[in-house]
Design a protein around this ligand. Sequence first.
Ligand code: PLP
Length: 351
Amino acid sequence: MEKWRNNIRNIAPYVPGEQPKEKDIIKLNTNESPYPPSPGVRKAIEGFDADELRLYPDFVCSRLKGLLAKQCGAKESEVFLGNGSDEVLALCFMTFFNSKKPVLFPDITYSFYDVWCSLFDIGFKRIPLGEDLRIKKEDYFGENGGIVIANPNAPTAIYMENGDIEDIIKQNEASIIIVDEAYIDFGGKSIAPLIHKYDNLVVVRTYSKSRNLAGIRLGYAFASEPLIQALEAVKNSFNSYTVSTVSRLAAEAAAEDTEYFEMCRGKIIKTRENTVRELEKLGFETLPSSANFIFTTHKDINAEELFSYLKENKIYVRYFKKPRIDNYLRITIGTDEQMEKLLEEIRRYIK
Ligand SMILES: Cc1ncc(COP(=O)(O)O)c(C=O)c1O
């Protein structure tokens, strides 16, 4: 065996959804938006002077922070930025979960959480969702070293009322509570304004989904000033320049185009409701979705086989071979045309 082998970190990584090279795939597997970024984003990128790339990015990003802060009546000093919400969440885990007690999150949730716990040596405990695949707030009232809740949860797409999350926060004054709101714009109400009531609440958001900008990698968090300062210190001990100049410009333009944002999310919600209705006619049962994806099952259809059939026919959805959810498919909401093609293919499969 190579002598250096024992010095190497061995870890089971997060496995992202496939990013196929072929252009003719209907890609409903990674919860991206089917719509292009706002026209203002295109203009900002086209008007960008490449000479500027000689310099390091602006690491304060005051204007962008100001635009984001306005969304929830916060101050710039209550906003943290990062290279996608994955990075923001990873830095939150590193900064806030340093207790000997385990961090709690649901057994069925974003599968990156346990990877970060392993990476940073954080003890954790998976709390089983109820029979209905919903989070039971009482399960989070005991001792813990922190809590992470995706709201809406992924991959179930189920939204938890903010009042229930607030009950969890009230019971956990000594822990940091992270609420991952990657999908909040598709049917939920953000809990971010409560950062002014609870100084142990962190709300993480992203421009990858409802702002149609997965490619620029822009994530952010709202929290009380002491928590943001702690996050900044950890970030600056790792990499000071996490938001590139081009990403910052694109995000600023997107933040200003509220009308386009409202139009896109409105279309996605409408397409989602149509898709759920059509799937129901075919015998599928879909969990109530407040996200830009649905989680659906059929008692007479093997989800893994349907997943493979769709893939052979150039439609990519997501399948998780995990206990309790191994007969579900997670399907991102695309355009009406894409969803019609998906439904046609499913009808053909059933026949
Ligand atoms: C629940 C949840 N949180 C966070 C992310 C990360 O998103 P991004 O890093 O693109 O901001 C995802 C991505 O799919 C997600 O599903």
